[in-house]
Design a protein around this ligand. Sequence first.
Ligand code: PLP
Length: 266
Amino acid sequence: MNSVSENTVPTALTIAGSDPSGGAGLQADLKTFSHYGIYGMTAITCLTAGNTQGVSEVNPIDPSFIRQQCQSVIQDIKPSVTKTGMLFSKETIVAVADDLATISCPIVVDPVMVTKRGDILLSKNAQNYYIEHLLQLSDVLTPNIPEAELLTKEQINNSDDMEQAAKRLLEMGSKSVVIKGGHQKESKNSNDLFFDGNEMIWLTSKRYPTQHTHGAGDAFSAAISALLAKGKSLRQAAEQAKQFIIHAIKSAPGLGKGQGPINFSL
Ligand code: PLP
């Protein structure tokens, strides 16, 4: 992993989509960065019309303009860490990979594909572009279970399957992985799995009964990014980010008519 840069304050660039309701996407990333005292920057990949009830429309930004945004940031303020979120199209994945190849900082790839409610955030079959272009650039890959299944092309039914998937994702090129287990609704616990090729660690907490988890996956990856920017090890970043998410879900403000946002103001 590249070392973090020596800015006066730690900085983070998120290359992600906009959620106008403020709970997910780049808005969740920026709020999480601020929580950790990180100076956040954005390259916007697409605009969504979305809220706590779903995403009704996606308006993608031209990939060449996404690159222009990335370059204007990078040439001015060096990111201590870079995170990718919703990329939406194959063309954007390729363009972003080209930019990431020129960036010398830790890279966190959140392979955003579909919302908890089933709205599509990645075009059909574009997961193969993640496999070809982004996995080998990622220091940390943070899929949820459906995303890990699409990337590995294997079903995940239990914790053994999750461990196999983590190993497979490293074989496929990622340097470490945090598989977010929040989608296992039938389980009493919320079990996330960290693997860096050396240590495999379960991050376990009681499942808190709530519908207010909109953006929790984005914020988990953003918290890992922020903690890496602060110089934490991969393992520390994963463990501390998990604690942040537990508290942010427990104290969710209860906004909106659907799955409300978590609490970023801890
Ligand atoms: N909107 C945007 C722009 C996102 O990037 C994401 C997740 O990455 C979502 C919505 C999904 O939010 P959730 O599934 O947590 O409700």
